[in-house]
Design a protein around this ligand. Structure first.
Ligand code: TYD
Ligand code: MG
Length: 452
């Protein structure tokens, strides 16, 4: 086949030029044109014959992928029941949140379970990683450790060693010598991740890629890699809190939205098997502005405390500060309280917080948020043995939410004895919970606070 002539493509707008120029005619960008080798496929290049690919029907029986347990239950759950061989997993998170610690512990745990495991650090020297491992009491685990950033050398090593699991920490430090840009640039991160994912599939090595979340700027974030990998996990948490949540955002081999809860301690990350108890443990006396939300995270019910503070504002535009919830959701709930229940928040600063550094994204939290807000404003405490859940519509009606029963069961298990739920929720006969069903927010506010 004749070699196709080179093309020059503007990296900013994608315009294709016949020859190189300093400035792109199409978009006016300077120094954005680079030579690219055209793909030797496409209809024209296809003059010669390809091969026919094997097709199958959807009904073909497929065995579930075999899984290897990490020995860390919270991690296994997020992976969808264990590590799938030859899969590519991205673990993203803010710098310093504990990704390296988590993966070092996971590597040690896998290795102790007989899984051949390689940990490649591009950020820390081998001695540093070793010191950390010893401090965490993992010094004896048979993990093979490497400190390297040259991806070609790493892949050669992986090919020779053929581990079952390789951890690459982090993708932003890796570089390929055939890509002409600095490590951490979009081009390097994308090309390196592509090489790693291809290698994982071809050689049957599960690869975990660590990616730092970056606030804009020179370094490409893990989003660049998300579409290439099978599983995307984010490690989240508030810096000031000890809780860390590992959340599956995408999983080709299991449910997304599943969470694993950990606690950062002096001796590394510890699993938290019962997160509800932990997120609620700081509650002492019933206080105005606090409401307990019975939520669902992935497949697991989790109770969280929503806290609100409302105070007269010295500012022309009162403050609306939210931690752990969507601020748009707060505005909507404030508007519904004002319009449908006659409870105005004008001239008042509003602070809303989910206790323990948890993030809540379920609309089912609406009712607990509204309850915390009104409780704070009216200075009336909600009974400490009460949980709430329900979505609030713009009309002020309460909409039923999924999995009512598991929410109630979890609440009952933790010693709660009453619940407020939307009418039409599927409440079973059970558990010594007194469940009151409310049609709308105004009815709830009227009954609970005598307001509105
Ligand atoms: P690290 O895993 O290095 O974060 P990342 O790889 O996401 O950048 O975690 C660093 C933080 O974790 C550091 O600020 C100290 C804290 N930490 C502990 O509190 N206890 C420990 O046992 C370890 C190893 C770290
Ligand atoms: Mg790190």
């Amino acid at each position: 086949m004749a070699k196709s002539s080179p093309v020059f493509t503007c990296q900013t707008c994608g315009a294709v030029h016949r020859k190189w120029a300093g400035r792109c005619d199409a978009c006016g960008a300077w120094n954005s044109i680079v030579e690219e080798t055209p793909l030797s496929s496409g209809p024209k290049a296809l003059g010669s014959k390809g091969r026919t690919i094997a097709l199958s029907d959807l009904a073909t029986e497929e065995a579930a992928p075999p899984r290897t347990s990490s020995g860390i239950d919270e991690l296994d759950r997020v992976l969808g029941g264990g590590l799938v061989p030859a899969s590519a997993i991205l673990v993203g998170g803010d710098p310093g949140i504990g990704k390296s610690t988590l993966l070092l512990q996971a590597a040690a745990s896998f290795a102790n379970g007989g899984v051949k495991c390689l940990y490649i650090s591009g950020e820390e020297a081998a001695a540093q990683v070793r010191m950390r491992a010893q401090r965490l009491g993992l010094g004896q685990a048979p993990v093979a450790l490497g400190a390297e950033t040259n991806l070609r050398d790493i892949l050669t090593t992986l090919d020779a060693e053929r581990p079952a699991l390789a951890i690459i920490d982090s993708i932003q430090t890796m570089w390929l010598d055939n890509v002409e840009s600095a490590p951490g640039s979009v081009a390097q991160v994308r090309a390196s991740a592509h090489e790693l994912v291809t290698f994982a599939k071809r050689r049957g090595v599960a690869i975990v890629i660590v990616g730092h979340v970056t606030k804009e700027g020179q370094i490409a974030g893990p989003r660049v890699v998300e579409h290439m990998v099978d599983t995307v996990l984010y490690f989240e948490g508030e810096r000031g809190h000890q809780f860390r949540i590992l959340r599956a955002v995408k999983n080709r081999f299991g449910p997304a939205d599943e969470i694993g809860v950990f606690e950062m301690t002096g001796g590394g990350l510890a699993q938290v098997a019962n997160p509800s108890a932990l997120f609620l443990s700081d509650r002492d006396q019933p206080a105005p502005g606090s409401a307990v939300f019975a939520g669902i995270e992935g497949t697991r019910p989790v109770l969280t405390e929503i806290q609100a503070l409302v105070s007269p504002s010295p500012l022309g535009t009162p403050r609306r500060t939210v931690v752990g919830l969507d601020s748009g959701r707060l505005s909507t709930i404030l508007a519904v309280l004002e319009a449908r229940c006659g409870i105005p928040f004008a001239g008042l600063d509003v602070f809303l917080n989910v206790a323990g550094g948890m993030r809540v994204s379920e609309p089912a939290a609406d009712l607990a948020v509204a309850a915390a807000l009104v409780s704070a404003r009216e200075d009336v405490a909600i009974p400490p043995d009460m949980v709430l859940f329900g979505e609030i519509s713009l009309s002020g009606a309460l909409r039923p939410v999924a999995q009512t029963e598991s929410r109630l069961k979890e609440a009952s298990k933790l010693g709660f004895s009453q619940a407020i739920a939307p009418t039409r929720s599927k409440v079973g006969q059970d558990e010594g919970m007194r469940v009151r069903q409310m049609p709308d927010l105004a009815a709830f506010v009227g009954e609970m606070f005598g307001a509105g």
